[in-house]
Design a protein around this ligand. Structure first.
Ligand code: GLN
Ligand code: ZN
Length: 755
């Protein structure tokens, strides 16, 4: 049986692309050197896939920043303000991705959004009325040729027209409908040119199909593809979907002239029912995604083969369930992880082997029980140790409804807290982390490696905290933070202090651009070993008379940014973590920390892609898990939360129901739209919509911040507005951080004078 991969990681198994790109940004290497690193990385991925005998190997899955941005560039969807900078092609691309501030001008980056329900972010392309949609195939052709020279005829992977049109932001008067024909024509031209170049297979990725689709969506999709597919010439076209099932459009899709259709059988188990119910067109290839591209557990061959058996009447290819972009490169990088754990995982390279083994077992399915790969797989899976903690199980079982309720109600608490803290109007604060400079990282690393003692490590952090407090006092911020210098990552740090967690050394996954995350693994039942953050917060507080916020990561985010278990429910895991974080909240409170921020940066992220699943499959337990964390504190203790990205317009009631006292969130990169919805929904929680974008090194001016605040005041009650950046400052440098915060405080002061 043939095998297929939807996409391969590209950041480099030692994050080579990240480092090279960052050096390029700093001017330490030139374009040619960056391109050379990229080429080496593509080669690595292709050869790995070739070695594993993968039949359908992708190209154009590589990206210098993001694939949706690549698709925008492919069609010349480049806003004028970036073109006007007059930069090179590559620098124009990076200017769209991360903004530009230099001698050629000053422009913000395009907005960034989470890629469906993953922790990967794509760049939201903008199309203007003046944009002339034309094709620039150079990237696609160059990469195809590169692979060809390695003896690999790749399938060319491109964001499909429907998904692309859906993700585009229309900034002018022309909308989706006005572009359907324009893009259909360009995609036809694309197929024609590929056909002329003898490129045989194109895969159009249409993950948008796993969302709830309206009749109009279905009609639009059909319209585009009917025309496209009747012009495909000699190219075979695969429709690839992932992250769920395509129940709304399945019947339509199997009747269109695709040569292959890719379905995610892991996340979209309902796809199997659809196949059973409506059948599958016999002449098409069915790409069955049974090797999970989103999680790192070893494939259970027995289960996968059962699925493949059900599909045996069709022309099936075994595939990954989505791009392998969402898993780390290879277990070979993990030297420290003990075998008893490691043997249960498969990263990208190992998943290639799984595809190969599954295909071999399947080809001789009658004798599977004698197959070494099969036997080995089943025997490993039967041995899983260190999983159950009876005490934790019991505590979760004993949670009752009252444990989710905080007393007294919000309005009562708001009064008590206003009295107690007596903060100025429009209080200023930050989201928690301060720049993680080289020295800060070195301190942690040296300690980890045993190069410095615990005392030395702690002493350094204390000095940094003192510096940070002094800086915030100088700047004039109202609610201070300790700076999070002890944390590598907001989830890994907590994971390290919880039982039930495992860690990797190099299992990096791209989050956006050059930013990677290293999600820890939830292996078994979770509990808190000892107080985690208390000493740092208490120390910070001892240095100032201003309030200092304790800083924790919330249970839903800890869960969402870890590789989750598959043997218990997400709800069960979330509640276990919530109990552990609740212990920490109560310890902070007992030690005099009276403002505590529980970050739920990733709450929105795992919201099911279909609305009908939102409550039952997610919000019902996710909001409860958060409430559990804060439900036992005193009325005068102020609970903050923070969420990255303001894309929660549609779940505002649920956010309000988290019952936090204050919420800060991203807003600067997405036009403050959310504020209208807050008002419409009578949002009670006090809010700090971020006034500037911390993902970019640009320093916002006082006026820019002041104007943003004025706009906010049109929508937000003046007694509820907080002033803060978008997110933590850890990725920024010291200089721009200080300058930006000085301007922020200045803008807040100006506002106080004028209102
Ligand atoms: N408190 C965290 C920080 O400031 C929050 C980070 C985040 O939201 N991603 O770094
Ligand atoms: Zn954030």
């Amino acid at each position: 049986m043939k095998t297929s991969v939807i996409g391969f990681p590209r950041i480099g198994k030692d994050r080579e692309l990240k480092f090279a790109t960052e050096k390029y940004f700093k001017g330490e290497i030139n374009e040619e050197e960056l391109l050379c690193t990229a080429k080496t990385l593509r080669k690595y991925g292709w050869l790995k896939q070739k070695d594993a005998g993968i039949s359908y190997i992708p190209s154009n899955d590589f990206s210098y920043y993001d694939n949706v941005l690549d698709t925008a560039v492919l069609f010349n969807v480049i806003p004028k303000r970036y073109k006007d900078l007059g930069l090179s092609k590559l620098d124009t691309y990076f200017a769209m991705a991360r903004g530009y501030q230099g001698d050629k001008g000053n422009v913000k980056a395009l907005a960034m959004k989470k890629w469906f329900d993953t922790n990967y972010h794509y760049i939201v392309p903008e199309i203007e009325d003046e944009t002339k949609v034309t094709l620039d195939l150079s990237k696609i052709l160059d990469e195809y040729k590169e692979a060809y020279e390695l003896g690999i005829e790749t399938k060319v992977v491109i964001t499909g027209p429907f998904t692309f049109l859906k993700l585009l932001k229309y900034t002018g008067t022309k909308k989706f409908e006005d572009y359907i024909q324009i893009f259909t024509n360009e995609y036809i031209r694309l197929l024609k040119e590929l056909s002329e170049k003898n490129i045989g297979i194109v895969e159009f990725d249409e993950p948008y199909l796993v969302r709830d689709l309206s009749d109009k969506d279905i009609a639009d999709f059909s319209l585009i593809y009917k025309e496209l597919l009747s012009n495909k010439e000699n190219v075979k076209v695969i429709l690839q979907t992932y992250f769920g099932d395509i129940r709304d459009i399945y019947e339509t899709v199997i009747n269109l002239d695709f040569d292959g259709i890719g379905l995610d059988i892991i996340k979209g188990d309902k796809n199997l029912e659809l196949i059973e119910k409506y059948g599958f067109a016999g002449d098409k290839v069915l790409f069955a995604g049974v090797v999970n591209g989103k999680n790192i557990w070893k494939n259970n061959y027995k289960k996968s083969l059962e699925i493949l058996e059900k599909l045996k009447d069709f022309n099936v290819v075994i595939s990954t369930s989505c791009s392998l972009l969402h898993v780390p490169y290879t277990l070979e990088n993990e030297v420290k992880l003990e075998d008893k754990y490691k043997s249960h995982f498969a990263f990208a390279n190992e998943k290639l082997i799984e595809l190969k083994e599954l295909s071999q077992i399947y080809d001789d399915i009658e004798n599977k029980d004698e197959n070494e790969f099969y036997k080995n797989n089943q025997s490993i899976l039967s041995e899983r140790v260190d999983v159950v903690d009876e005490k934790v199980r019991e505590e979760v079982a004993n949670i009752c409804e009252a444990d989710y309720e905080r007393k007294p109600d919000f309005y009562e608490r708001e009064k008590i807290q206003k009295n107690k803290f007596n903060l100025p109007k429009f209080p200023t604060t930050t989201i928690g982390s301060f720049p993680q400079t080289k020295e800060v990282r070195k301190n942690r690393l040296d300690y980890k490696k045993g190069l410095i003692t615990k005392e030395e490590y702690e002493q350094f952090n204390k000095e940094k905290i003192a510096e940070c407090i002094k800086l915030q006092e100088e700047i004039g911020l109202d609610v201070l933070v300790h700076g999070e210098f002890e944390r590598n990552d907001m989830v890994e740090y907590f994971g390290e202090h919880l039982s039930g967690y495992l860690f990797t050394e190099k299992a990096w996954v791209q989050s956006y651009g050059t930013r990677c995350v290293k999600p820890p693994v939830i292996w078994g039942d979770v509990s808190r070993k000892e107080p985690i953050t208390v000493k740092w917060s208490v120390y910070a507080k001892s240095l100032t008379t201003k309030p200092v916020k304790g800083m924790l990561t919330g249970p839903v985010t800890i869960l969402n940014w870890s590789f989750p278990r598959e043997d218990i429910s997400l709800k069960e895991s979330a509640l276990q973590i919530a109990l552990a974080i609740r212990d920490e909240v109560l310890d902070l409170e007992a030690n005099g920390i009276d403002i505590i921020q529980v970050d739920e940066a990733a709450l929105r992220e795992k919201l099911p892609l279909r609305k009908s699943d939102w409550n039952e499959k997610y919000l019902d337990w996710a909001i409860k898990a958060f409430r559990l964390v804060g439900s036992k504190v005193k009325p005068e203790t102020q609970i903050h939360t923070h969420m990255c990205y303001s894309e929660f317009t549609d779940i505002i009631p649920a956010i309000d129901a988290m019952d936090a006292d204050v919420i800060t969130f991203e807003a600067s990169r997405s036009d403050l739209q959310i504020l209208d919805s807050l008002r419409e929904n009578n949002f009670k929680t006090e809010v700090g919509p971020g006034v500037y974008d911390i993902h970019s090194p640009r320093v916002p001016s006082v006026d820019e911040i002041y104007n943003a605040l004025e706009k906010m005041l049109e929508k937000v009650d003046e007694n509820k507005l907080w002033v803060n950046p978008d997110c933590g400052l850890k990725t920024r440098g010291d200089k721009e951080t200080k300058e930006s915060l000085v301007n922020l405080v200045e803008a807040a002061k100006k506002l106080r004078e004028n209102k």
